[in-house]
Each structure stands twice: as C-alpha cells, then as structure tokens.
Design a protein around this ligand. Sequence first.
Ligand code: SF4
Ligand code: SF4
Length: 480
Amino acid sequence: MKSFVSIEDIGILEAPEEVLSTMTKDGKRKWLYPIESKGSFYWKRLALGWGLIAFFVLLPIIRINGKPAILLDFINREFAIFGMTFFPTDTFLLMVFGIAALLSIVIFTALFGRVWCGWGCPQTVYLEFVYRPIERWIEGKEHVRKKRNEGPWTWDKIWRRSLRFAIYGVISLALANVFVSYFVGWERLLLWMTQPPAQHWGFFLMMAITTGLILYDFGYFREQMCTIACPYARFQSVLMDEDSLIVSYDPNRGEPRARRSKKKIKQELAGEIEAKGDCIDCFACVRTCPTGIDIRDGLQMECVACTQCIDACDSIMDKIEKTRGLIRYTSERELEHKKTRAVRPRTVVYGVLLVALVSMFAIAFTSRGSYDINVGRNVGEPFTVLQDGRITNRLRFRVRNLKNTPVSFEIQVIEPANTETRIIGVSPTPLAPFEMKRVEAFVIIPETAFIEDDVEGVFNLIFDDSTTKTVTFPLLGPSK
Ligand code: SF4
Ligand code: SF4
C-alpha cells in the first residue's frame, strides 16, 4: 500500500514561476492546459451550460406575441424583447430598461460576485463545454497535448490540429448564424442564405467576420478574454465587497501548507506529530484553473469563479480523508469568522433603485397605448392658395400599430370648421401588427379660417377597434 500521496493519486506539480499566469518570463503567451475536474459543481455547470446553449439557439426562433423572443432589428429600428416590442420613439422606455439591466448586474455582482462569469457567461460556457472537450477528444489529455504542441510539426500534430480547427470552424459558423439571427431574424437569415451572395454581400461579410472572431476567441484568445479584455472583470473590485460571494481558499484551515504523505497525515490526525494545515500543496487547484492562477494567493481579478478548483480540491480532501471545502464558496467576512450580510447599505440602495426603475418601466410601458402617432409637414411649399381662395397644407401622418393584431384607420379633420382632407392612397389605411405607415393628406382650409397667422388643426384618427386618437398640428396660410 502506498503511503505517499503520489502524482498518480492527485497529480502533484512543481511550483509555478511567479509571473503573470498567462505569460512567460520573457513576455510571451503561456499556453494553459487546465485539467478537467469532474466534481459536483462540474456536473451542475455542465447541465446549466447546455441549457443556456439551447436557450441561446432557441431565443430568436421561439415567438412571443408574434415576434421572436429576442430580435434587435437595427435595420428596421425595431426591438423585440420577450413579448415587448420597442421602437426608436420609445427612447425613454429603452433608456430605463438599459439602466435597470445595468443595475441588475451591479446588484447581482454585489451579492453573488462573479457567479455569472463561472456559470453563465458564453465565454466560459462555450470554451469549457464545447471547444475544450473537442480539443481533448481530438488531441488527447493535457500532458499529451502540451508535449505535442511544444514539439516539432509532425504529421500527427498537423492532422489533429487541422481536424480540430475544421470542427471549430463549423461550430463557429453555426454560432455566428445564431448570433446574426438575433439582429435580422431567422426568416430573413434563411432567405438571404438561399440567394446569391452578391445580393447580400454585407450580410455575408458580417457572417464571415463574426465566424472569424468566434474562431479566434475560442481557438486562440481563450482565457485572455477574461483576464485582459473583459471590462466586467475590471469593474468587479468596485462592485464587490467583503460580503460578496467568492470562491476562496481558506487559509485558516489550509496553512501552514506542506506536501506530505498519507502516513504523516494519519499521524497528525492521531496527534502523534505536530499537525500542519489541510493543504498538502499538491497544486491540483492550480492545474485545473482555466486562467492559470493559484487561488491560495487570495482573491484575484483573473478568477472567474468557475469552481473547478473547488472540485479539484474536494477530490483531494476525499483522498486524504479530510472534510471537503478547503476551497469553497464563501465571503471575505466569513473567512474572518464573521457573518455574511446579504442586507447591507449598498444592496439596499441598489435594490430600492432597481424597484423604482422597474416600476417606472412598468407604468410607462402599460400607459404607452396601442398606437404611436406623429404628424409632420411635407417638404416643399408650406401652403398653397387654390384658385377659389382656399388654402392647402400637405401633411404627413406617421402611424404605428403597437398591437399584435391588424387594424385599419381613417383620418378626419375636426377643426377648423368646413375643412376637408384628401388622403393620398388607400383610406381606411390597413396596418399589420406592429407596422408603421406614412399617410399623406392634403388639408384644404377655408380662407376665412386664417384670422390670425397660424391655425391649429385638430384631427381624429379613427381605428376600427373603436379607438379614436385626437392629434393637433399647426396649419399655415398667408399672413394677414
Ligand atoms: S488547496 Fe487543495 S488542491 Fe490546492 S494545493 Fe492545497 S490541497 Fe491541493
Ligand atoms: S481560481 Fe478557481 S474559481 Fe477561480 S478561475 Fe481558477 S479554478 Fe476557477
């Protein structure tokens, strides 16, 4: 029976050099080969990760209130979000929505730290549960890959690398299609795919760039997205405090760390020799870390809270028959043997602000009404005097149906008295769900109406769902 906790048991590593985790001493990129740690957190993250991937693919496909669950159509300036449809005229609503979303991130981070990074961020989900498993499948385990990558270009290295990137390319193209469908919708995407590229060269260019960026990110850039590029990581230090949830090593329990045999650990437990800390300095937590850090050095910006070190350390604790949780979810206060507080000044202030914003949004959204109407004057002459002395103004009524049912409307002039409207086009004007139409009309006003310079025109827009909307617009005529 082996008495030492060997490399086969737990994979002891030499201590890494004290440089940036993803950089060699001479400043070159250091490739990381994080080892998979299949503990309880891994399986939960895997299930959630694949759930989120399915969610990401389905969101532009499933329809709510006749629209995709998410459609950010910048070309037609129409934004559908979970059954709510916004237009550029909804600037206030979109602004409140945006601020509320930002505040939600702030409050979530204050309470749960970087849980999003480790569990929900596409960078982590796709890298850990799609791209890296493919790499392991084609190129083998970490130590095999490292040896091959650092060696010369052999046929074995060439075909494995080529196959991996070919599969990466196909997956990246599929993801790019899903991503682009968030902006153009699936129907349009499928239509464009069946038409000649020259007809939609902008779309094909966008697709090629998106595919290239995804491939570059997951094939090469990888953890640097989190450690160098992501702004959220830079902000976390101001968003989090000593009560925020973190993944942390417990130095009270782990120190003084010492690499030692199982026999010695048993002697320590029996009180035969002086007890050391629970950390046996095996580096399993470092070898599994996707950002290459040593969590025992304390809270670091590079930590994405992925929990892989928890799983790795828990399996070591099982092997040396110690309680799990040397690395665990905790807070800085808890590590100081104080109680973690969920309710604290910053969470209360953020919470109150969030409730106020959500209420404001709900009130503004529900009172938005069913139609958005805007009246303007057509370009050209402000008015024309007819042979019989009457005055015409050419106006433009822009009407949007904000409902998901079709409707039609007609325009009637109420004031000034004896004024006529001549609609250019069809009247009543049909409007499909969420459709916007511009209706031009000549408004013919009796000369006697212009006692003063300007006259206020009052118009009723009568919809076939028994709604009547009244709008006013100044009518112009000759100066008196
Ligand atoms: S914290 Fe756990 S996994 Fe990390 S070196 Fe110590 S015993 Fe090993
Ligand atoms: S330190 Fe642990 S939780 Fe943080 S990134 Fe590394 S493995 Fe993930």
